[in-house]
Design a protein around this ligand. Structure first.
Ligand code: AMP
Length: 534
């Protein structure tokens, strides 16, 4: 067979060649009107940009930072940077400033592209990131901030300096294409360097019918940011299958997303549970529908089963998936097997609420605390470990390998059944150890989320004089709800083993969320650590 490297540039070249008139639509921060062009337009501009990058001294293998939301310019950068042989380092603008500075410096980004909306970050970051020789504002000349004293370049001017005669180079498929740091909820962010090969294989895999079922018939809205594990690979999968792509920018509220879903005919959207709760509230309040939306991909945190029913009532199917930055990021996805067709809807939902099964290319196992492999019987619970062609073998610029006997330990705890469905019970650190026995915070949260008055529930461990740790439930109520702690505890008592019922319930106006939109359990743990012993 022919030997041809798998390259990120092939994805966009394919989209431009065979889906030249398929649209890419982007929201713009300051304008009502969206930006609209095609995969062909995108590829031509990406090639110009790739040529222009060399003009400002970007070398092969060099890391180029992006500090940006989901937009057509960010998309061009993805392909221009990786396609030309340098590495696209997506920086999460929601990280604390010192962590942003840390990752930019650690990655040795020489050039950083930024959305004009994030200019305030750049002003604060520039003195901390002395290695950055140019900051490029992703706008036209008229919109580039003046008078900052920073070495700012203009994206459109830079792009215009490139030639569209530029051809994508042949690269080593194992060279780095994109660099993404873990969200840092577990300490200092660590970099994961994806290769061209891993990226293309991941895109092929997630497009499969039993994973995300991507095709040219879809209109895909990745609400998940492009700085969160490459928007879960959907940016690449959309080019691979030639789907229309809708990029939402920074406005992720219910109103803005609903407007895009309806006006662009979105069929498939992806994001963390908090985003979908926002849409659901908006749609229900305004008594609206979701037009052509058929499927919703939910990942990043465990999903409350009530979301299935709520979206089901709106005619939208929910696809639950699990992954990590270290896995490019998709590890498993929950879709039904033919044998499940005979089950009742309730039984099917129980299967779909699990995190899901691995596609070809990923292998999963669970191990006990001594590293012994546990059976896939749906009962034995251990740490989930994975291996595969798009799983990190090491962290960027870190000598120590994270692998155990060739497997990546995920830090997530769960079961695997005989069909390979992974059902997570917790993060290792989120488990609550009461009197030497484990309590799954996810199970408690899921049960609490079934109460109609509860909008968000987070269960955390508190120090306890007798049991060492006991669970506390932190709840944000839905507007208009006046549920009391005793009522909620009784509700949970009817659904959980008695000793899993949280000792108390604290009501808050806002549940803190981290840089990727997930509930920040660490912040809650710190805030309420001594709540039960006060
Ligand atoms: P990140 O690398 O920021 O995407 O975080 C990965 C972590 O998010 C995983 O190790 C899990 O703890 C959590 N996670 C992702 N997807 C799910 C899911 N569907 N259910 C439960 N936890 C999830």
């Amino acid at each position: 067979m022919m030997q041809m490297p798998m390259l990120v540039s092939e994805l966009i070249a394919h989209a431009a060649r065979y889906f030249s008139d398929v649209e890419i639509v982007s929201s713009r921060p300051d304008q009502e009107e969206v930006h609209r062009y095609t995969w062909l337009d995108c590829e031509v501009r990406a090639r110009r940009l790739a040529h222009a990058l060399a003009g400002i001294g970007v070398e092969q293998g060099e890391r180029v930072g992006t500090l940006a939301f989901n937009s057509y310019r960010h998309l061009e950068l993805y392909y221009a940077i990786s396609g030309s042989g340098s590495v696209c380092h997506t920086v999460n603008p929601r990280l604390p400033l010192e962590q942003m500075a840390y990752v930019i410096s650690h990655a040795q980004d020489g050039v950083v592209f930024f959305d004009v909306e994030l200019f305030e970050h750049v002003v604060k970051l520039a003195p901390l990131c002395q290695g950055v020789r140019a900051w490029v504002c992703m706008a036209d000349e008229a919109s580039v901030p003046v008078g900052s004293g920073l070495p700012l370049l203009c994206y459109e001017t830079l792009l215009a300096s490139g030639s569209d005669a530029y051809e994508w180079p042949q690269l080593d498929e194992n060279a780095g294409s994109c660099l993404c740091y873990t969200s840092g909820t577990t300490g200092i962010p660590k970099g994961v360097m994806y290769s061209h090969r891993s990226t293309v294989l991941h895109a092929m895999s997630i497009s499969l019918p039993d994973v995300f079922n991507c095709s040219a018939s879809e209109i895909i809205l990745p609400v998940v940011p492009m700085f969160h594990a490459n928007a879960w690979g959907l940016i690449y999968a959309a080019a691979l299958v030639g789907a229309k792509l809708v990029l939402p920018g920074s406005r992720l509220d219910g109103f803005s997303l609903h407007k895009l879903i309806v006006s662009e005919g979105v069929t498939f959207a992806a994001g963390v549970p908090t985003v979908w709760l926002g849409i659901l509230d908006y749609v229900n309040e305004q008594r609206l529908g979701l037009a052509n939306l058929q499927r919703l991909l939910v990942g990043g945190s465990a999903m409350a089963p009530s979301l299935f029913e709520a979206f089901g009532a709106l005619g939208v199917e929910v696809v639950h998936a699990w992954g990590m930055t270290e896995l490019s990021p998709v590890g498993v996805a929950a879709t039904l097997l033919p044998k499940h067709a005979l089950l009742s809807r309730e039984e099917q939902l129980r299967v779909l609420a699990k995190q899901g099964r691995p596609p070809f290319g990923i292998d999963v196992r669970i191990v006990d605390s001594e590293g012994r492999t546990l059976p896939h019987d749906g009962a034995a619970c251990g740490e989930l470990q994975v291996r595969g062609r798009w799983v990190a073998a090491s962290y960027f610029d870190v000598d120590e390998s994270p692998l155990q006997e060739g497997w990546f330990p995920t830090g997530d705890m769960g079961t695997i059944d005989s069909d390979g469905y992974v059902d997570l019970t917790d993060r290792k650190k989120d488990l609550i150890k009461s009197g030497g026995e484990w309590i799954s915070s996810i199970t408690v949260e899921r049960a609490a989320a079934e109460h109609p008055g509860v909008e968000v529930a987070a269960c955390v461990a508190c120090v306890h004089p007798k049991w060492v740790e006991r669970p506390l439930l932190v709840v944000k109520l839905r507007e208009g709800s006046d549920v009391r702690a005793s009522e909620l505890r009784a509700f949970l008592g009817a659904r959980l083993t008695s000793w899993w019922v949280p000792d108390d319930v604290v009501f808050v106006d806002q549940v803190p969320v981290g840089a990727t939109g997930k509930v920040d359990k660490r912040a809650l743990r710190e805030r309420f650590a001594d709540f039960l012993s006060r």
